[in-house]
Design a protein around this ligand. Structure first.
Ligand code: ZN
Ligand code: ZN
Length: 275
């Protein structure tokens, strides 16, 4: 999982070539979020919480270019998801796909855009077979969504910035091949940590962020034999530790579970991973 030049491929059958759906988490955490996804000759970016320059560097790191993107999606208007959005879209003349609520709230920070397509939870967007399906998330934003990505029977789930595990969200995350899920904080570290009380309350709320325990609860709900990769996302550098998050997620999956697990980082992209 350390070779940035090549593509890491999860276990595949040699007899039958698999379709390829690839992704890289370019950045994850309160300092900026962005996920790159490609399949069938199409490529999209989910969120642009880093500057265009940094995104460009991270794309180069995985052997890809922002010039080739077909579209950019925004999950919600918080700055760690749209900080670099306006300049990115203008420089590369890319359309933004987001909900009306997010667009309204983010407009002042986005500036004039080359194109805007309104998306709605439950209404998938199809790029020649690479399908991006938005679903509603419980979060303190105007009309926040997360996504399930489909390509020729493969399913990649993204689930970050959600305050609690709901039946609706868990329902969307069934039968996935790979899941990118928030494991934001350890509850005890958050309680004992330096954040102001009001911030702690917001993070812990039903519209804040998933704790390690809540992430584990979600994993226990959606795990199945076909889930081959879990990426732990949006991890707090102040109120969490990667090993704590890993242990909790592993326990939720079960001792003998063979699901691969990696932790997405704030300052380095993951390799380009084939689902
Ligand atoms: Zn966020
Ligand atoms: Zn947020």
């Amino acid at each position: 999982m350390s070779d940035y030049e090549g593509t890491d491929t999860l276990a595949t059958s040699p007899a039958r070539p698999r379709p390829h759906l690839k992704f890289s988490v370019l950045s994850s955490g309160s300092g900026g979020n962005s996920v790159y996804i490609e399949a069938g000759g199409k490529c999209v970016l989910i969120d642009a919480g880093l500057s265009e320059k940094k995104l460009s560097q991270r794309m180069a790191h995985i052997g890809r270019s922002l010039n080739k993107l077909d579209a950019v999606f925004a999950t919600h208007e918080h700055s760690d998801h749209i900080r670099g959005m306006g300049p990115l879209l203008r420089k590369h003349q890319l359309p933004l796909y987001t909900t009306e609520g997010t667009y309204d709230r983010a407009q002042h920070c986005l500036g004039k855009l080359p194109g805007f397509f309104r998306i709605r939870a439950g209404q998938p967007v199809d790029f020649d077979g690479l399908v991006v399906e938005p679903y509603a998330t419980p979060h303190d934003a105007e009309e926040s969504v997360a996504f399930v990505i489909h390509y020729r029977g493969l399913r990649l789930g993204l689930a970050t910035d959600l305050g609690k595990v709901t039946a609706a969200v868990a329902g969307k995350l069934q039968k996935l091949d790979a899941l990118l899920i928030e494991s934001n904080h350890d509850v005890e570290m958050l309680d004992a940590g330096p954040y102001p009380w009001v911030t702690k309350k917001r993070i812990r709320s039903d519209v804040g962020h998933l704790s390690n325990e809540a992430c584990g609860e979600m994993l226990a709900t959606v795990k199945h034999s076909g889930l081959r990769l879990v990426v732990l996302m949006h991890m707090s550098e102040t109120n969490n530790h990667p090993e704590l998050a890993r242990i909790t997620a592993r326990q939720a999956l079960g001792r003998d579970d063979a699901t691969e697990m990696i932790v997405a980082e704030q300052n380095h992209p993951t390799p380009l991973i084939a689902v």
